[in-house]
Design a binder for this molecule. Sequence first.
Ligand code: CMC
Length: 432
Amino acid sequence: MYSLIMSDSVKIVFGDKSYEFPVVKGSKNERAININALRAETGLITIDPGYKNSGSCLSEITYLNGEKGELSYRGYSIEDLTKNAGFLEVSYLLIFGFLPSEKQLEKFQIDIHKESLVDEDLKVILKSFPRSAHPMGALASLTSALTAFDPDSVDVESEDEIYSAVVNLMAKLPILCAWTYRKVKGLPLNYADRSLSFEDNIAQMFFRHPTEKYKPNKIVNNALNKLLILHADHEQNCSTSTVRIVGSSHAGLFASVSAGISALWGPLHGGANQAVIEMLEKIKNDGGDIEKYILKAKDKKDSFRLMGFGHRVYKNFDPRAKIIKKAADEVLNDLGVTDPVLEIAKSLEKLALTDEYFVKRKLYPNVDFYSGIIYRALGIPTQMFTVMFALGRLPGWIAQWWEMRKNNEPIGRPRQIFTGKTDLKFVPISKR
Ligand code: CMC
């Protein structure tokens, strides 16, 4: 279990008594009141729907400063990592805590290649889904089904067992993601090619034409690499918190990640990348009237929200969106693709950023605003966008699950304040 770095303390006055609670300090001086003993000492709990002000853990993995728009993994900024590293290297960094040497990375890649097979019977499960099924549903089911084919639970005290579970999941999830894509496209299901790098192999598993040898494409590889790195972790977001809380019951890694995939699917979280493109398409087909949609987003009686805008933590800008916006321009240019929705996205952003409603609420484009435009340019169907997000988030989920288990965190079990009816007397059904 980690030790808490204490600084200062906070006094809470309740009734005629005063209580003191320690303040915990992080590496960048961010501070939190440790209320572990609050209920025992005062009889009170805290209420914080959506956990807007509640920290669930201490973590060494990812640092995020929402006011300054900073994001770093294990101390390295995402600007530095997207410029200089590969997705597998960043995955290693997140999971094991340090940048690998050439030898360590090579071994990691070879070990992953060795596990790059999934039980053929999983194809039967995928086959039973209709072609129209959403790939995120299929992916969550297939990931969960993997536990049935590899039921051993992991001894978290054993470095070897953890390593083997990590390698297994890093090998198998990309295959499942590629399979869901190939199912949507009606293509034969593919396996890995051991002669390729991890990143080229992902592209190969997705895009290889059944009758042609796959030739790695630098533009596609670079774009995918950047997107996967930018999605690789984001501290205690909805899906990661789900992975940690499911894992806190000592459910296995695969089961926990499968739950994370379901959490990511929602349009307020990872599913926003699909929702953004659908929204931009809708605006385009409606004559491109951007102002109309800005007005709809501001209208509290209208359920329409500007998808890809706003973030729980970023209140200035999302540093991932900055990198992705630039990459979208580059990728479309390199591929010689013109996409009218990119222009709509840019005009929408420009208008929103000068509109009082968005400025006052500190609503800026988030990571999902431009990512779909790149996926589209790579030929990935809209329904697959969130699967790509899941693929990128995998190392983060693994790292967070492992950290939670290593720290022997207690089972996640929030409390509540009951507001329902009380002391009712049972009325027999014939008298109701
Ligand atoms: N369009 C219009 N109004 C918005 C939007 C939006 N996209 N986002 C927030 N608001 C308004 C909201 O109505 C509220 O207004 P008021 O104070 O008048 O009631 C205010 O801004 C605060 O919003 P909130 O919903 O309380 O903020 P939150 O921190 O609970 O929600 C969010 C964050 C990301 C869920 C939200 O901004 C949203 O729904 N955005 C659109 C969906 C989206 O792009 N999600 C991807 C997030 S980034 C990737 C990821 O996490 O996976």
